[in-house]
Write a protein that binds this ligand. Sequence first.
Ligand code: FES
Ligand SMILES: [Fe+2]
Length: 404
Amino acid sequence: MDASQVTEIRRRIAYETARTEPPDGFPKLSDIPLGRYTDPDLYQLELDRVFKRSWLFALHATELTEVGSYRLLDIPLAPVLVVRGADGELRAFMNACRHRGAPVVREAEGVTRLLVCRYHSWSYDLEGRLVRVPDERDFVGLCKEDRGLVEVRCEQWGGFVFINLDTCAPPLVHWLAPLIRRIPEIADAPLRVVSRKSCDVGCNWKIMAEGFLEVYHAKTIHRSTVAETLDGAGAVMELLTNGHTAMITPYSEKALSGRDSVAGLPRIPGIGELFWTTNPAYGIFPNLITPLEAAGFPFLLFWPLAIDRTRLDVVWFGVDWGTDARPERWDKRLAGFDVVMDEDMANLEPIQRSVKAAAHTGIPLNYQERRIWHVHAALDSMIGRSSIPEALQVPDLLAHYVEA
Ligand code: FES
Ligand SMILES: [Fe+2]
């Protein structure tokens, strides 16, 4: 983030802190229909037209460094495997043998020279080429060149590896352009994965995502945690192209004066002052939120398992500590974050029960919650509004505020 971007954010923080009402012309938003969290057809459209066409975070490049190292992605949309080839490149493939579809990899991760199917031993090299078929003479007209593993788009933004199930999707760097423009410094930082953790929650994936798109709730559910350190009144929201968003919340005076903003951990090289005087959180459409911090940060990933069930993956990144054991300070940092996450999770299943029972009439969003509207509107435009019943649509009322 360059100096002019920081100055502009500071100006916006001052504006947000001083305002007494939403800016002139900010529209009244209609209620978000409850059916958006319960309608099976809309859910299927979200999977088919959004999740299967979007860039989805897979792993960090430092997790697969050796030639032949692979990881089976635990994503509900398709069985996808990422492997480092003999040429050093990471590639993604469907984990489905081209004979009768058995998985070619069964372990969650490992290192191999050949990907050998455990059903009849068809074997693929690290670039996905079919190189060996037992009893090949008995297959009439089999062309091995045509039966390589089906490749899945796999591209990197610095060390962050994303996959896309749509072969026609725009390049990752186009998709992420508004974020690359704002936070280029995190892509090539010398990071490593600090921890990975997952949990399943009984709610629609959007209900979970929405919990991280505003700070309006901090004063209530995070009264003795986040609310102590953040100054929500100054939060700056950005609605970005492709459904991405940003929310930059200044730390409170109290936090800045009394708190060690990096909890004794080393600061990520190359990141600027804004990262230790504010909490800049970014939303990567559709299913990733990352609240950035000076010493390390989590990626929160929301995976739809069913219309009313979502898996949360929390992947933490920090400065690489070399070959030593993980610094103990990380234990405290992660435990503190878990407390906040428990506070966030407590509301989600009850909310799903409310929307399912139509226990209220719709969701009125305020100005502070406008990122939620933007994500819903982006979903509808990616799905195609003509495919969504009018009663369930979220119109593009905030298009005027969207920034590149
Ligand atoms: S299904 Fe893989 S070799 Fe038969
Ligand atoms: Fe929260």
